[in-house]
Design a protein. Structure first.
Length: 342
């Protein structure tokens, strides 16, 4: 019955497309949103990489005093309501600490829009290390992991809001010392919490190094999401990473990239690796410091253009459900995925 109902929503093209019915809550949280625990069925159709607000002023300057949260709420809420009307149920907000993460704002937006919003822990080492706080250079990977684990166990900044994944970032390979430390801290956090590691990855060389480093820390590649994998021109690197069990995230879907994203999905499908693919838009971005937040990119292009293009290319209902429902749930379930002994 559940399967038939899912297919019926696809065929009807209704606002509830891609939704799955709610199942009984699990005894322990498998997923965490800013409103609390979720079960897999409640997660439903999910965008795994979006942003509400970002502040690239740098770790020393970024603060909530630099923007009016009420103004951000007014700008962003209609965009999230528009997305909810497309049938999306869950959005992973990928803005890390020191780059504009605001769990209280996300809670307000989640409650008002009806979307389940998931926030994160971790530090962002891409963009030439602009968002790395000073203490990250002097503390060990274990000390950083203890900070991130504490957020998972007790909540972020006294809010009680807990992260549902680790978000980090590295520049192109070879990994710098600080980038290696961040990956090691992420691995230790995963071992302690079971949180998935979504790592902004500069290129394929960095992705392969990350996989090797995680395995050396005893963490399976299945715990790693290669964020921005569409930017790697060598499709063989994406294939290899997926074959190791890593999640290949093709985000940044936009009018200018539609054909490239379509071909990347189809290539992994041809290699029987569709069950390791995640798709999202990296959209939104209320830019702190720009009037009115600048140009906020809507979150609906994937549903309005990529899904029809995938369908026209031959993907059926079951494969679309894999991309938008099953894969996000499998990728971001809170569970430890440890490397097998050599």
């Amino acid at each position: 019955m559940r399967r038939r109902r899912f297919l019926a929503t696809l065929t009807a093209g209704s606002a509830s497309a891609f939704c799955l019915p709610r199942a009984r809550a699990a005894a322990t949280p498998r997923f965490l949103s800013v409103r609390g625990p979720l079960d897999a069925a409640a997660l439903g159709t999910t965008l795994v990489h979006e942003h509400v607000l970002v502040d690239f002023a740098g770790a020393r300057l970024a603060s909530r005093g630099r923007y009016d949260a009420d103004e951000v709420f007014r700008v962003v809420l209609p965009r999230l309501q528009e997305l909810r009307q497309r049938g999306c149920q869950t959005l992973l907000e990928c803005t890390p600490a020191y780059l504009g993460r605001d769990p209280r704002l996300l809670l307000r937006l989640s409650e008002a829009s009806g979307l389940q919003v998931v926030t994160n822990t971790g530090y962002y080492g891409a963009a030439a290390d602009i968002a790395i706080p000073e203490h990250a250079y002097t503390e060990t990977a274990a000390e950083l992991a203890a900070r991130w684990t504490a957020e998972f166990e007790r909540g972020i900044e006294g809010t009680g809001i807990r992260p549902g994944f680790v978000k980090s970032g590295v520049d192109p390979g070879p990994l710098s010392p600080i980038d290696r430390k961040l990956v090691e801290a992420a691995a230790l956090t995963h071992r302690a919490t079971g949180l998935t590691l979504a790592i902004h990855t500069g290129d394929g060389r960095a992705a392969l190094e990350i996989i090797e480093l995680l395995q050396g820390c005893g963490v399976s590649p299945e715990a790693y999401v290669w964020v921005h994998a569409q930017n790697e021109k060598d499709g063989a690197s994406r294939t290899w990473a997926a074959q190791q069990g890593a999640w290949v995230e093709l985000d940044g879907v936009s009018p200018g990239s539609l054909e490239r994203h379509l071909e990347a999905v189809l290539e992994l499908r041809r290699r029987d690796l569709l069950d390791r693919v995640l798709v999202s838009q990296d959209a939104g971005w209320y830019h702190v410091g720009e009037p009115g937040g600048g140009s906020y990119r809507p979150h609906v292009f994937l549903f309005d253009a990529l899904v029809p293009a995938l369908r026209a290319a031959g993907l059926g209902d079951d494969e679309l459900e894999t991309l938008l429902v099953r894969n996000p749930a499998a990728a971001f379930e809170i569970r430890r995925r440890l490397a097998r002994p050599a």
